[in-house]
Structure formats: C-alpha cells, structure tokens
Write a protein that binds this ligand. Structure first.
Ligand SMILES: Nc1ncnc2c1ncn2[C@@H]1O[C@H](COP(=O)(O)OP(=O)(O)OP(=O)(O)O)[C@@H](O)[C@H]1O
Ligand SMILES: [Mg+2]
Length: 234
C-alpha cells in the first residue's frame, strides 16, 4: 500500500531525514519510536504532504505522492492527527470534525460514527474545542482525521501528556478504526504503548532508521540501544 525509498526531508538547509526506507501493507499498524528530535514528526509531515519531498520517494497505492500538496494527499486517503492536536480554537467540537470531512471521500466515517466511537464528544458537540480536557481534544483531533475516511491514518504522539486511563480510552478506539481495513502509523515516545498494538515497528535515530522488526522478535536491549543510539544496535 505504501512504499517509501530514500526519503530525505528537512527545513531549509537543515536536513532532518537521511534516506528513510519503509513499507506498509494494507490494514497494517506500524509504530514509529525514537527520542526527541529523531525525525518522527518530520516523517509524518512529509507523508501528509506538509513538507514537499523528492517526487519519487513516496508511493501510495501505486501513485507517487511525494510532490503533492496536503489537500491532495488527503484526497488520496492519508490523514494526519498532528502532534499537539492543532484544533481550530474558535470552532466547536462538531465544526472541527466537519472540517475534517471536507475532502468528501466516500467512506465509512461520518459524525454519527465518530460520536459512537467517542461517546463523550456527543454531549460536548457545541463546545469550543479548546474548552475540553486534553484527552477529549485528542479524541476530536482523531475524529477530525477519521472524517475523511482515510485508508491510512497517521497519529503523531496521541498519548503525549495524557493520564494513563485516558490513553487507555483513546487506544481502545483503535480496533474499531482498523476494522474497516484502515492502516495506521503511530508515532509514540512511549515504547511499550506503541509496541503493544503494532504489527511492526521502526525506530528512528537522528533521521535514520536504527532498527525495525516485529515487537515480539527483538529484545528490550536491542530496542533500547536503537532508541538511544548505543553501539550494539548497529
Ligand atoms: N519547523 C522546523 N524548522 C526547523 N527545524 C525543525 C523544524 N521542526 C523540526 N525541526 C528539526 O528537525 C529535527 C527532527 O525534528 P522532529 O520534530 O521531526 O523530531 P521528532 O522525532 O518528532 O521529535 P519529538 O519527539 O520531540 O516530537 C530536529 O532536529 C528538529 O529540531
Ligand atoms: Mg515529534
């Protein structure tokens, strides 16, 4: 479904990704782990079309999308839940959700289904998004991305700063999201959380992949070494 080869990306003269190779099958859940500044968000933004990159680096459903702008990437079925949620502060919960559906992709998701996925949002629909708790805001951000009925959902640090019970509530939505065959890429600094739900993982370190595999097939020591850049990971 997604093939990435030699993806390089950065900001002006600053290079943040140095040749990422990554594959994703339909319906698969990938975790991307790595410490601060490893390039995880840059990777997600590149994939979502927020950072232009080499036109030949990213192929999604047979089409090279690396040079497409974000709205066209969204139309093709890749939706990003951005780091820090980025809700529209002057809009209500429901308006924030509706904005996510503007691309009018035909698909399974609509307001009603978002409210049944996150029932707490139904009673808050008229509230400004920013008047919600952190966990509720995160639910709106996920719902907004789902409103485009994506084939691939990108989640950048959806558990950051949330209480463990709230993280559990949010991750409980994952099976329903995947039920339609939606593939998911999860960026998390919480390694255990990410690996507990992922089919495969990639560890980023200073803009490169330092380790990849299936969660059950690598040791904690290997992951730790790849995460922190210790010599034994190489
Ligand atoms: N808008 C930007 N302008 C310039 N440099 C940036 C920008 N955003 C990120 N960077 C730099 O790019 C590198 C990768 O950052 P990125 O945000 O992708 O890392 P990350 O793995 O998501 O980190 P974190 O876990 O802190 O979110 C870092 O060196 C960072 O300082
Ligand atoms: Mg980040």
């Amino acid at each position: 479904m997604l093939t990435i080869r030699k993806l390089r990306a950065g900001y002006g003269d600053f290079q943040a990704l140095f040749g990422i190779d990554l594959d994703l099958a339909e319906g698969e859940t990938l975790a991307i782990i790595g410490s601060n500044g490893a390039g995880k968000s840059t990777f997600m933004r590149s994939l979502a079309g927020l950072i232009r990159n080499d036109p030949g680096a990213i192929r999604f459903k047979g089409e090279y999308i690396g040079s497409l702008p974000a709205n066209q990437v969204l139309e093709r079925g890749i939706a990003l839940v951005p780091e820090g949620r980025k809700l529209f502060p002057s809009l209500s919960v429901e308006e924030n959700l509706l904005i996510g559906g503007y691309s009018k992709r035909q698909g399974a998701w609509n307001l009603e289904r978002i409210y049944s996925l996150f029932p707490v949002l139904a009673n808050l629909r008229k509230r400004p998004g920013t008047a919600l708790s952190g966990g509720q805001q995160q639910m709106v951000a996920i719902g907004r991305a789902l409103m485009s009925s994506p084939g691939l959902l990108l989640c950048d640090e959806i558990s950051l700063g949330l209480a463990p019970t709230t993280i559990k509530d949010i991750y409980a939505a994952l099976p329903s999201i995947k039920a339609d065959g939606t593939a998911v890429i999860l960026v998390e600094q919480d390694i255990n959380q990410a690996l507990s739900v992922a089919d495969r993982f990639y560890c980023f370190q200073e803009g490169r992949i330092s380790l990849s595999g299936k969660p059950g097939e690598v040791s904690k020591e290997q992951i730790k070494a790849a995460y922190f850049g210790l010599a034994e990971a190489r």
